[in-house]
Design a protein around this ligand. Sequence first.
Ligand SMILES: [Ca+2]
Ligand SMILES: [Ca+2]
Length: 301
Amino acid sequence: MKTSRHQSRGAALVIAMLLTALGAAVAVQMIVPLSGWMEREYRARDTQASYTLADAASSWAITVLAADLRLGPIDHYGEIWATPLPPTPVEGGTIEGRITDLQSHFNLNNLAPRGVKSPANVTLAKALFTQVGVPVNLVDTLADAIDRDELTDDGQSERQRYGRALRNAPLVRLADLLDVPGFTDAFVRNLAAVMFVLPEASPINANTASRALLAAAFPAANADTIDQALLRRAQQPFSTGGDLATLLGQPTLEGVFSANSQYFAVEAVIRFDRAAHRVQLQIARPPAARPVVISRLISNA
Ligand SMILES: [Ca+2]
Ligand SMILES: [Ca+2]
């Protein structure tokens, strides 16, 4: 009862924020239905309207995430941003959407934050690679490809070890793995199920990470202790990345976890009489600046 009241209040708030975003960002005449009757005119109208509504979805998500930042430094699924936007009527159609936390997953660039290898993240990546059937030695290759120096862990030249110069820079997209010696299409597909690439290192948010990911990070913690930690998290989200290790009675993993997020995904579906479009956004929310859209994809839904 309490939960459903909380959810409907959350939904009312996210709808109010959408209407604010529509007012602020949308040239209203662009989404008023035109009088044309021909199919191609409908299509043109719907496509133009979908771009306009994609802008509205961006403004909506930015408004929601900026408002969240003012409420405090931690991020968890009990917050307003995590409440899905239910199908909401707008001129000529409906819009619905949801924001998810990209830092609930492992970001491959965490292997070498700011160009320096992170041993704890290398260890976690090896566990995750094993889970999806990708050889663990490729974690070392990838860490060498991302870290800025030209040396392997045992002091050899990377160029000699791998037969060519490595990129020595963060990955920009998952497909960049194909430029790293040893990675195949099949490996990249397997990794895509559990990992992400964000523009810079981004610790995993302990408040939004899956049970499986937490268990992989703390292989010495027993299952009951992890379940108890998850119950605790649902009641009272972690305030630092280290809280989780403490609760599990495990050593802190340097640089692996945080309790907040700077990267979010938005998925919105916009429906008209004759067409539906899916808008997928990635949003960066720096600690002291307005959130910005860093990638946008519009496709047929
Ligand atoms: Ca928050
Ligand atoms: Ca390197």
